[in-house]
Design a protein around this ligand. Structure first.
Ligand code: F6R
Length: 610
């Protein structure tokens, strides 16, 4: 996720900005840059890669001056490159930005038609041009930024400099975070608290729809509509490590709780709520491509493979196109039958997993069209693919994937909706209903996380000594059972099995006794009755049974020893909620056992080996 830092005061800005960016490194980034107001002009230095590259560039071209802004970029629009790195310049205006501007296509067309020389692929540069144009009519940078904000849809935290107002930074926020720091004779801004901790602990949190003018020792806040806002600074006494994790004990827990935001960002600009459709331009596929698809082949590894298993279900249900899922490591080198007419969907958080990359290349070489679903912009799989549909979960730091998993589920669901509409298998009113429900999912995820956290932590404590745990589910709950088991195995080192509930009687039922907790996913869906009878079978064999069921389900409450409730949603959306308590369960078992939650033994975040 991009990081922003800004400084105005009596000190040299560049070292403070660089230090602040270093303290935001944990957010992940692919390029970085600074802009400092020097003698008469604002100078910009940018570099691709780690901050030491930027430091090297600054040694060759130092930026003296006492007012400046800095940025680390996690690419969302356009590949990591120097031209796409921030700050972006338009005439006398310099901008850094964190977020996603939804109406960037329309703005780009308008600005190019107006004669603006747009040089990068980013949405941020468009903001710089808009402010520059607004300055032709508006008296000040503050007024020009205010005017520009009325033209932006989406998420942003921006910091803006103007050559003719050398002592000032104007900032604004909507949906992306921005914190202001105040100290004697100084003012700061940053995406996150850790950047500012060594300089000040007195901070003001800007709210959505607010902007501020920063000058040495003065911060003036107003709403975008122009009303003044009075807000006292809060004193923050977090340690730097606590601050990086936003007060959570581990990155994994922070990322679990970030899921509502990750899903909101992944949905941003993609839902056509009126038409009950998906904005296809994001997908990189045309209606003609949809017509050609005869089969979908999903390739992935690990957790992404579980998302792909759910993806098959979405595609078959909504688009009625045959779909198969392959473990990429088993697909490659097998001479698998694949070719023209197949849409191969390579699902990978990192976009770098070697098995998925090689499998996708083999499929492409045989004439299949490859669509990448990845979280890291410009990574290897998106680069080789014919089309890319990014998840916008932001960088995931915990090795165990959580927020990227649910973002993958969302993208695969969007793909299925898009295909279903174009294949004529999904009636518009049905798709409109699903689009509406999907738009509500971030709020329901938040409710589920808050509502189940304590209960699940108690369950984790109660069953802490279990040596084996069984997860059961049917239909879309089957891949969630697999995912629940994988999460538990990888971070707590407890043996766990995920099983299709209907398969239990074909073998695993022999494992069950009073020492084995059995977690049964039985939301109110088309398999509900059968899932509940599997739960009863496990209970009859003395297992301790935990049901993950829909709110208010009295049958599940009576049948189980413990009930974890999730809100009622359409069947295709259930995985986005039922998986949340499973992630929390794995997390708390691991935390109580004292394992290295964020860096489990023997595991790597990106697997680029055979
Ligand atoms: C488990 C996990 C891994 C990855 C797998 C594929 O929590 O994160 O199983 O899902 O290594 O990685 P990507 O999605 O980067 O291809």
């Amino acid at each position: 996720m991009c990081g922003i830092v800004g400084y105005v005061g009596p000190e040299q800005a560049a070292p403070i900005l660089l230090d602040g960016l270093r303290r935001l490194e944990y957010r992940g980034y692919d390029s970085a840059g600074l802009a400092v107001r020097g003698e008469g002009s604002i100078d910009v230095v940018r570099a691709v890669g780690k901050l030491r590259k930027l430091e090297g560039a600054l040694r060759e071209r130092p930026l003296p001056g006492r007012v400046g802004i800095g940025h680390t970029r996690w690419a969302t629009h356009g590949r990591p490159s120097e031209v796409n790195a921030h700050p972006h310049v338009a005439g006398p205006v310099v901008v850094v930005h964190n977020g996603i501007i939804e109406n960037h296509n329309e703005l780009r067309e308008r600005l190019v038609a107006a004669g603006c020389d747009v040089v990068s692929d980013t949405d941020t540069e468009l903001v710089a041009h808009l402010v520059h144009l607004a300055l032709k009519e508006e008296p000040s940078l503050e007024a020009a930024v205010r005017k520009t904000l009325s033209e932006l849809h989406g998420a942003y935290a921006i910091a803006v400099l103007r050559e003719d107002e050398p002592e000032r930074i104007v900032v604004a926020k909507s949906a992306s975070p921005l914190v202001l720091g105040v100290a004697e004779g100084e003012a700061y801004c940053a995406s996150d608290i850790p950047a500012l901790l060594p300089y000040t602990r007195d901070m003001i949190f800007l709210e959505d729809g607010e902007m501020a003018v920063l000058e040495a020792g003065e911060v003036r806040i107003s709403t975008v509509a122009g009303e003044a806002v009075e807000r006292e600074p809060e004193h923050i006494d977090w340690s730097p490590v606590m601050a990086e994790k936003a007060g959570f004990k581990h990155f994994m827990l922070k990322e679990i709780f970030e899921q509502p935001r990750a899903i909101e960002d992944t949905l941003r600009g993609r839902l056509d709520r009126e038409g009950g459709d998906i904005n296809g331009s994001e997908l990189g596929l045309s209606d003609g491509d949809a017509a050609e698809v005869q089969r979908v082949v999903l390739l992935a590894c690990g957790t992404s493979h579980h998302a792909a298993l759910a993806g098959r279900y979405f595609i078959e249900q909504l688009a009625q196109v045959p779909a198969v899922v392959e473990l990429a490591s088993e697909f490659r080198g097998r001479n698998a039958v694949v070719g023209p007419g197949d849409l191969v969907v390579a699902v990978s958080q990192s976009g770098e997993t070697l098995d998925t990359l090689v499998a996708a290349k083999e499929a492409k070489a045989r004439g299949a069209k490859v669509l990448a679903v990845a979280n890291v912009i410009g990574s290897a799989i998106p680069r080789m693919a014919d089309a890319v549909f990014y998840t916008h979960a932001g960088p995931e730091i915990g090795v165990a994937s959580t927020k990227c998993f649910t973002a993958q589920l969302v993208n695969l669901l969007l793909l299925a909706l898009w295909l279903g509409r174009r294949k004529g298998t999904l009636p518009p009113e049905e798709s409109r209903r699903l689009v509406e429900e999907l738009a509500r999912i971030p709020v329901l995820m938040k409710d589920t996380l808050q509502g189940t956290r304590q209960l699940v932590a108690n369950l984790a404590r109660r069953y802490l000594d279990a040596r084996d745990v069984l997860f059961l589910g049917r239909g879309l709950s089957f891949p969630m059972a697999l995912e629940g088991a994988l999460k538990l195995k990888e971070i707590s080192y407890v043996h766990a099995e995920g099983y299709a509930a209907g398969e239990m009687k074909h073998g695993p039922i022999a494992l069950i006794d009073s020492r084995v907790p059995v977690i049964v996913l039985c939301p109110a869906d088309s398999s509900y009755d059968r899932s509940l009878s599997n739960l009863e079978e496990a209970k009859a064999r003395d297992a301790r049974v935990i049901a993950i069921a829909t709110e208010g389900d009295e049958r599940a409450r009576t049948a189980s020893h413990d009930l974890v409730e999730v809100p009622a949603v359409d069947e295709v959306l259930t995985p986005l909620l039922t998986v949340l308590p499973l992630q929390l369960y794995a997390y708390y078992v691991a935390d109580f056992k004292g394992t290295d939650v964020d860096q489990p033994r023997n595991l790597a975040k990106t697997v680029t080996v055979e």
